[in-house]
Ligand binder design. Structure first.
Ligand SMILES: Nc1nc2c(ncn2[C@@H]2O[C@H](COP(=O)(O)OP(=O)(O)OP(=O)(O)O)[C@@H](O)[C@H]2O)c(=O)[nH]1
Ligand SMILES: [Mg+2]
Length: 219
């Protein structure tokens, strides 16, 4: 069984904890990347492909998994040889900076990229600074092209947008232009189109890896 940290103290002092995390990540030469998105958006599948790509480039990664109760995603990363720790929020809809620190310390990691798979939710995670260096939303084309118009705080908050399940774009009539127009009203974050239907032939991951590598080298 993977290590599981239960989130208890969630209110107050989040900013203090986030600032302390930022300092710690800097000292450890770690780029922390907060991956947010709706339930089932494809966060884990995308992250797996990205971690494998970074490994090919000689960059180490580890994953802090946030979930309400289960440790399914953590077990998947561990089975693929990546360090991973589970945070169970016990029903809470986001992760906070304090519990990220507990999870991070238990990894014993330095010199690489730590991904945080946030709880599947398009609202609450945008209210909690974790001390991360990069905020990413995975937006599945199945959710519809109008989401930046509706989930304004989240789409304003992120540094990069990863469109997932693009192999299903035509099937669901996803209009990229309309989506991007909504996003541009809020944010100039780059948009990456990806598909990891076949993990061995993942599409669009190279470009995201370029972004992560550049950010990591600058830490
Ligand atoms: N067609 C297609 N299916 C995908 C793709 N990426 C993920 N999926 C499928 O979408 C479902 C959800 O994927 P996950 O990676 O578990 O999504 P998640 O956001 O991590 O889900 P939670 O952690 O439960 O919120 C799974 O059945 C995946 O196989 C993709 O690029 N194309
Ligand atoms: Mg997942």
């Amino acid at each position: 069984m993977p290590e599981v940290v239960i989130m208890k103290e969630i209110r107050g002092r989040n900013e203090e904890y986030a600032d302390a995390n930022r300092e710690k990540f800097k000292t450890d030469r770690v780029l922390a990347v907060n991956i947010m998105g709706a339930p089932g958006a494809g966060k884990t599948s995308f992250l797996m492909a990205l971690c494998k790509k970074l490994k090919e480039r000689g960059i180490r990664s580890a994953v802090i998994e946030g979930d309400l109760y289960s440790s399914i995603d953590t077990e998947e990363f561990i089975s693929e040889g990546f360090d991973s720790v589970q945070i169970n929020t016990e029903g809470e809809c986001h992760i906070d900076a304090n519990v990220i620190r507990q999870g991070y310390d238990s990894l014993g990691f330095s010199g690489g990229v730590v991904f945080i798979e946030n709880v599947g939710n398009l609202i609450c995670p945008a209210e909690f600074d974790l001390g991360e260096g990069l905020k990413v939303i995975t937006a599945s084309v199945l959710e519809g092209d109008d989401k930046p118009y509706k989930y304004v705080p989240m789409y304003s908050y992120v540094d990069a947008v990863v469109l997932t399940k693009c192999d299903l774009k035509d099937a669901v009539g996803f209009d990229t232009e309309y989506f991007t127009k909504g996003l541009r009203a809020l944010n100039d974050a780059p948009v990456y189109e990806t598909s990891v239907k076949d993990q061995d032939r993942a599409e669009g991951i190279e470009e995201v890896a370029d972004l992560i590598e550049a950010k990591y080298r600058a830490v």
